[in-house]
Design a binder for this molecule. Structure first.
Ligand SMILES: Cc1cc2nc3c(=O)[nH]c(=O)nc-3n(C[C@H](O)[C@H](O)[C@H](O)COP(=O)(O)OP(=O)(O)OC[C@H]3O[C@@H](n4cnc5c(N)ncnc54)[C@H](O)[C@@H]3O)c2cc1C
Ligand code: SF4
Length: 486
């Protein structure tokens, strides 16, 4: 099996969950090994070239798809996990979502953890990353257009909090920050963990957990065998359940209850340059259309401005090839937003013998209706902001020029694969649930009926936690560290 090493705690994955846990446990004096499948990267590696960076930093070079090919499931596969390639927006779980989990998934009083404790854990996660308001100087025209258009329609939204310091507004956040400004775990928690003595093993894919009866005794991968007193799986919702499946866990709930929170892009062309690729990409979001209730959790929709390099932009406007060139020649005039539509946890990840899972997901009619509403609203916002054209990303390339044209969106068949949907927030597959409720993980983060084996990443959420999931995951890691005396 290769080299054998021994530690107290082995943590799999260095993203939002794993790195926070590694920092907290190492600082508490535990011997920690942090194992990361992806490469050890730093600002020197971030060349700002899309062709090289997706391959270096993303799972499957950004091509991880649902089984039907309809949704691109984006995840980081590098040191810092998805926090290295994310947009840096910091949003905590709304209290109504937490109440939803307490009432519908047996969380009850969650062993005495109150909503105030969770709020404190979220604040702590934000403070760790130096989170704060996005300054005016970095607030670009792309964001202003969305905000102005929404205001004209009387729609509510707000500027987001972010985790950047000394940001130059270069706009390359999705392919790694070459200026050490975006303070994901690569710059916040991983260095803290290492300073406290944690050992990092990058380029090391964990295959499975070893068990002695129900007790976890370590992890093994290609060329390494780590013996540990406790094992923490933080490999993200698609891969943590794979490690558990390969380790022989047979629970029927494993891999189920996946939310993808699909997002549809919407683009518009303005007469004057927008230069959406400069400045902070995602700084303003419509939040008045979100519906958060104790009964249903997160619903409704939000719309947030976004930008992308020419490569990703081309992949998200599925116009025929002969029209792609002319459109991209207007790259500086493009404004773009993502319509984010929280879903129900209806998906499933199935791991067979291969190295890749089947990510099964089918949209429901209710979700499709909210997606249509979000697209209609985004179109109206851009027209109110003065767009010459709004481009609805369908194969036919629906072009809207007036409010009356917006009705065309509802007539689209919107079959699977017709809209280029993205998931940046996969959640679930190892649901945390109270006693008697279907789930994989107990309320103390322990895998059910096991000892010394924990899951702490976006896998544990019973339903979608927030419009942005980094801070909710980090808050969970802080709460677990508190429980363990870290
Ligand atoms: C493009 C993009 C933009 C986003 N923007 C935002 C945003 O602005 N704000 C926000 O709050 N959230 C955002 N998110 C989501 C947020 O980053 C994630 O929800 C969060 O990082 C999830 O944390 P995690 O610990 O579950 O997994 P991750 O952060 O994805 O970390 C999992 C780690 O485990 C490693 N791993 C997987 N399998 C193995 C294995 N077998 N062995 C060893 N290591 C393994 C992976 O390589 C990865 O490094 C974005 C995500 C993406 C992809
Ligand atoms: S916009 Fe700021 S955080 Fe994003 S890549 Fe540029 S300098 Fe880094």
């Amino acid at each position: 099996m290769g080299e054998v090493s021994t530690t107290q705690d082995v943590i799999v994955g260095s993203g939002a969950g794993g790195a926070v846990l590694a920092a907290r446990l190492a600082e508490a004096g535990r011997a920690v090994v942090l194992v990361e499948e992806g490469p050890k990267v730093s600002k020197a590696d971030f060349t700002q070239r899309e062709d090289a960076m997706y391959g270096l930093l993303y799972r499957d070079a950004g091509n991880q798809l649902t089984k039907d090919g309809a949704i691109s499931v984006l995840q980081g596969r590098c040191l810092g996990g998805s926090t290295t390639i994310n947009m840096g927006d910091c949003v905590a779980s709304p209290e109504a979502v937490l109440e939803h989990w307490r009432q519908h998934f047996g969380w009850g009083d969650w062993g005495g953890i109150t909503n105030a404790d969770i709020a404190r854990a979220s604040d702590r996660a934000m403070a760790d990353m130096g989170a704060g308001p996005i300054p005016d100087a970095l607030y670009n025209r792309n964001n202003r257009l969305l905000e102005e258009g929404a205001k004209k329609l009387g729609l509510k939204g707000s500027r987001l909090l972010h985790n950047r310091t000394d940001c130059l507004g270069s706009g390359y956040c999705l392919i790694g920050c070459a200026y050490d400004a975006k303070r994901g775990t690569l710059l916040s928690h991983v260095p803290r963990a290492l300073a406290a003595g944690a050992q990092l093993m990058a380029d090391s894919r964990v295959d499975r957990v070893t068990l002695d009866g129900s007790r976890a005794t370590g992890v093994v991968g290609d060329g390494f065998d780590i013996r540990a007193e406790r094992v923490f799986l933080c490999a993200g919702p698609i891969h943590t359940c794979g490690i558990l499946a390969r380790s022989g866990l047979k629970r029927t709930e494993l891999g189920r209850f996946l939310s993808l929170q699909p997002q549809a892009p919407m683009t518009a062309l303005f007469r004057d340059p927008v230069d959406f690729h400069r400045g902070i990409p995602q700084a303003w979001g419509l939040d008045g259309s979100l519906e958060v209730s104790v009964e249903h959790g997160l619903g409704g929709f939000s719309i947030e401005s976004v930008s992308a390099g020419p490569g990703m932009t081309a992949s998200l406007v599925p116009v025929p090839f002969d029209r792609l060139g002319p459109l991209l020649s207007k790259y500086r005039h493009i404004a773009a937003a993502l319509c984010l539509v929280p879903d129900r946890p209806t998906g499933r990840v199935v791991w067979g013998k291969g190295a890749r899972p089947a990510i099964k997901y089918a949209s429901t009619p209710e979700h499709r209706e909210r997606l249509v509403q979000a697209l209609e609203t985004a179109a109206r916002i851009y027209l109110a902001a003065g767009a010459e054209q709004v481009l609805v990303p369908t194969p036919e390339g629906l072009v809207l020029k007036t409010d009356a044209d917006v009705a065309g969106i509802r007539e689209l068949p919107l079959r699977s694969c017709e809209l280029p949907l993205i998931s940046a927030h996969p959640q679930g597959t190892c649901r945390m649930a109270g006693a008697g409720e279907p789930g994989v993980v107990d309320l103390d983060f322990r895998v059910r009926d096991s000892e010394a084996l924990y899951v702490c990443d976006a896998s544990v959420f019973p339903t979608t936690a927030s419009t942005h999931t980094m801070v909710p995951v980090m808050a969970m890691a802080h709460l677990l560290a508190d429980q363990l005396g870290g």
